[in-house]
Unconditional design. Structure first.
Length: 607
């Protein structure tokens, strides 16, 4: 609905700018409608006067007031009450009828509010992707929650997505691990705590390597590494015994991941680990194609690489514009990077497996491939996409949805335990904090009820905290602060929603919005209604940025605005506006519910 209003404004704006002979401004720099940010601003606002300032050689404020005048001259826009300027901004304030229609729409559409019905695009959506034989760390936690929520956002925006957990289950490190396992005489410990044991084996390998390095025994270091490489080569060429052992590692890891995904309430459509593309021969196909087409070239020591030039990286965002260059001989030039697709011993690399994954995914016919992976792999992905384009994969969009580092305030290396703090440790900590918060808030709760609520608060905390910051920003997960009922937290938002829900449960029947439309709204009511109306725009913004952060921030705004209303107005006692306010609360709860579904924050009946 708001979109219709916005489109109308854009249409008028375009017509005015055409009259003014400034239409290019609007085409090269499309008219942007801002979302509501504070009371001064209308729900819709445009900064277009700023864009026109240099072209017209006049101050933005003057242009804005002329523009506003021109808008008014064009006659009323249905749904808009007043058009005002504030500095260079032009603000559009919605009218009462629009408010009523919005409330009607929300109550009618329920969880479809803000949702795009038609499929706009099909995408493979890769997220989480932890590595086997290790516990998940806090970075995987951020990835998993961010990915899951963004997946929900895209689904709501008409994307047909397949959620794929691209498990890191292949690579030379498993050669080392298999070797260590064969060497070890305490492998019976695997049964009991498989992942902890495998992690220990990794560390054994690392210690051995470090010791040899320290002693300056370079040859022995090389030999140790060679052994690992040999084991990996054997695994990759199908050695049955190693494969069987690897299967055990893999299965144990998947079980442990599953337990964490259960706690986070996350699901995938497929779990295609890196191994899948090796086993199903996608890696050998891609290597052959690259070599046969002369895209990959052999290096002196017998490896094969795809040279990536600076130019190749230029249009990563738009693969169809790629300038594909094939090097005859990488020695011709030195301004290139090499993307290794076969090591000198003939084994695959992380990059080979990613290219093979692309080949496979493209055969499934997606419009877009989305990768939720940390920012530290940014350059790698640019090269990967450039290599893929050289291989002819040009009619699919590649997107690396990168995100910043996450850490605990004290760092994720526990000095006390002398080990890395895992994602599970963080979840346990949050659960514990949530339990204290819940008990403090209501000491009369029965034990079981308190646990149940604490579980919901813990999930709300973890989900909110992992999407609250802009995804590219680094962030610190302060588990204590994040669980608090006060501040910019998940539980704060949950608490407001619970409050709303309980008002509804106390009330008898919710009247139809149109039947109570003449009851008077005060400024708090109006502000809340405006918040509700802007929800679809927020979802749209999340889609544009591939980032659920605006939704998290919106939930905070909604909770604050609702709390203000709650404190200023007595919802159920207010004689004059009682029914209309009840409608408002019902719509608010509906929007909370809808947004909670997308963010995976549980709605609690009691807190
Ligand atoms: N397993 C990797 C990690 O934990 C992330 C995989 C990213 N995805 C990819 N297609 N390369 O760091």
């Amino acid at each position: 609905m708001l979109q219709v209003l916005r489109d109308h404004i854009i249409e008028d704006m375009t017509a005015i700018l055409e009259e003014w002979e400034c239409a290019e401004v609007a085409t090269t720099d499309p008219v942007e409608i801002n979302e509501y940010t504070d009371e001064e601003k209308g729900l819709l606002a445009t900064p277009v006067a700023f864009q026109l300032a240099s072209e017209l050689g006049r101050p933005p404020a003057d242009i804005a007031s002329d523009l506003a005048e021109a808008f008014r001259d064009r006659g009323p826009i249905e749904g808009i009450d007043t058009i005002e300027t504030a500095g260079g901004y032009i603000n559009f304030h919605i009218d009462e009828a629009f408010t009523t229609r919005t409330l009607e729409q929300i109550l009618e559409e329920g969880s479809d509010y803000g949702v795009v019905e038609d499929t706009v695009e099909s995408a493979l959506f890769e997220f989480s992707s932890p590595n086997i034989a290790k516990p998940m760390h806090i970075g995987h936690l951020r990835n998993t929650v961010l990915g899951d929520v963004l997946g929900n956002v895209l689904a709501a925006r008409g994307y047909d997505i397949v959620r794929d957990n691209h498990i890191g289950d292949w690579g030379v490190q498993f050669g080392h691990l298999l070797y260590e396992f064969e060497q070890a005489d305490d492998t019976d410990r695997f049964e009991e705590k498989p992942i902890d044991y495998l992690l220990e084996l990794y560390q054994r390998y690392g210690r051995q390597e470090a010791k040899l390095e320290e002693a300056g025994r370079e040859d022995d270091v090389e030999q140790l590494r060679d052994t690992g490489r040999e084991y990996f080569a054997a695994l990759e060429s199908g050695d049955a015994e190693l494969r069987a052992l690897w299967e055990r590692f893999s299965e144990a890891s998947r079980n442990r991941f599953d337990a964490t995904y259960d706690r986070l309430d996350v699901d995938f459509d497929t779990w295609h680990g890196e191994s899948f593309y090796v086993t199903e021969s996608w890696t050998s196909q891609i290597r052959e194609a690259a070599i046969d087409d002369g895209i990959a070239v052999e290096t002196e020591d017998g490896a094969y690489v795809i040279p990536i030039y600076d130019d190749d990286l230029a249009d990563v965002e738009d693969p169809t514009q790629a300038d594909v260059r094939v090097a005859a001989d990488p020695a011709d030039s030195d301004d290139y990077e090499t993307f290794v697709i076969t090591k000198r011993d003939g084994t695959t690399t992380y990059g080979t497996r990613d290219l093979a994954t692309i080949a496979y995914r493209i055969e499934q016919g997606y419009d877009e491939l989305l990768y939720v992976v940390g920012s530290e792999q940014r350059e790698y992905f640019q090269q990967l996409f450039a290599a893929a384009r050289k291989l002819g994969y040009t009619d699919v969009r590649f997107t690396h949805v990168d995100y910043g580092l996450i850490d605990l305030p004290e760092g994720s290396m526990s000095t006390r335990a002398g080990r890395l703090i895992t994602a599970e440790d963080v979840l346990d900590q949050v659960r514990e904090n949530a339990r204290s918060v819940v008990e403090e808030n209501d000491p009369t709760l029965a034990d079981e009820t308190a646990s149940e609520i604490a579980a919901g608060v813990a999930l709300g905390t973890v989900r909110f905290e992992n999407i609250a910051k802009r995804r590219t920003k680094n962030t610190t997960f302060d588990t204590e602060q994040a669980t608090s009922l006060e501040g910019d937290t998940g539980p704060y938002v949950q608490y407001a929603a619970t409050r709303g829900l309980n008002i509804l449960l106390e009330a008898d029947e919710i009247p139809a919005p149109s039947a109570v439309a003449d009851q008077p709204f005060n400024e708090f009511d109006h502000q809340l209604a405006v918040e509700l109306a802007r929800y679809p725009l927020v979802l749209e913004r999340c889609e544009e940025r591939y980032d659920p952060a605006p939704l998290a921030q919106y939930l905070l705004d909604l909770a604050r605005t609702f709390n203000k209303l709650y404190h200023e107005n007595r919802v159920l006692d207010a004689s004059q506006a009682r029914d209309r306010r009840l409608v408002l609360v019902a719509a608010t709860v509906e929007v909370f519910e809808t947004a909670f579904e997308i963010t995976g924050i549980p709605m609690l009946r009691k807190m």
